[in-house]
Design a protein around this ligand. Sequence first.
Ligand code: JHZ
Length: 392
Amino acid sequence: MKRFLDLGLQPLANSYLDSRNINKKEKKFKLVVAFNPKNYLVSILNTVSKEKMFNENYPYKSSESLTMRKAFKKFSIKIKKRFKPNTILEIGSNDGAFLKNFSKKKIVGVEPCKNLARITKKKGYKTFSEYWNLNLAKKITKNKKVDLIYSANTLSHIKNFSEIFRAINFSLNKTGVLILEDPSLLECIKKAAYDQFYCEHIYVFSSISLQKILDNYNLEIFDIENTSTHGGSNRYFIKHKLNKLYKISKNVYKNFKIEKRNGLHKLSTYKKFARKVLDSKKKLNQIFDNLIFQQKRIIGYGATAKSCTVLNYCKIKKSYIKFFYDTTSFKINKYLPGTKIQIRKYKKLTTKEVDYVFLGAWNFKDEIFKKEKEFIKNGGKFITHVPYPRIL
Ligand code: JHZ
């Protein structure tokens, strides 16, 4: 493993503090990102146990955003048309944003965070509140394998590939399809979006690295869609190598080629990225320092896991950002890990209250800008660090 980026000491990204534990010393870990020249995998070096991150206090809900709800709905229609699955398994079903687009008879969810699994169970969806592994796969699909397995933003969170893919191979029909969706490393590099790295994101995949991993389990990518979700993601359509039902699409070779053209197989690319990240840190600090010097009122918008990396890496002072607005009920009246900036219940932005807004949820810029049309019309401004620090 070749380390190329040091994002400093970081708290757990989704461990929001409340008034009872705000003065407690937070556990921090060294966030260092490395590249494996053998399989092109980019990963963080120090990992945190899954139990510490994914438990009954997990705050993130995929249904909180209109963009995500729409994206899952649109994709579920495509899945029904293209693959006509009779049985589906979703790994990491969160609060059911994807699940709810299917009949309760056809789909089963796996969600280890009990607070989230409770939501889909309540709606009548069969949900196993356990970590995905071979034992669970045997429990769910011992008698009947499934036609399709879907998992969005989950694979990048699970350290042990063998645990995941052996279980998938057990549960999937011989002619079945596995669909994985995760942030794209190419987009992350292009946008200098270093905030895709935090404790939960153990890996950020390229298609060339994912195929190398899949080779170990006799699986292969037969199609790829590049999507705009989460700042640019890849949706991988995967099958068993012996499954001849699907031909490998040109898209796959195109993605491999583009990634190689952008040097995702070379350490020098990541070293260059690290230099860009350092520059981004300097520029973001300059923007904040200037605005504070001018006595501008700054708040944050979207207390994301990504914000945790940015604020702690750039050492943005607590006094610089008055508070963050967020729509997630679980985050309200809590404090961001590390910086301890308060999170308040979302209210429409107004220039009477604020001058500049740091876009923590930059991946939802279009949705947010639509919502805050009036604020923008009245001269309200946003600060972003993606693809480079600037005022919008
Ligand atoms: P969002 C989480 O990362 C964690 P985060 C996780 N590890 C992961 O992989 C990705 O999701 C998928 C708020 N918001 O989606 C809601 C508003 O307040 O970028 C959310 O708290 N108003 C599982 O946390 C946050 O922003 C709005 O109008 O980086 C968005 O979080 C909108 C659109 C969002 O994921």
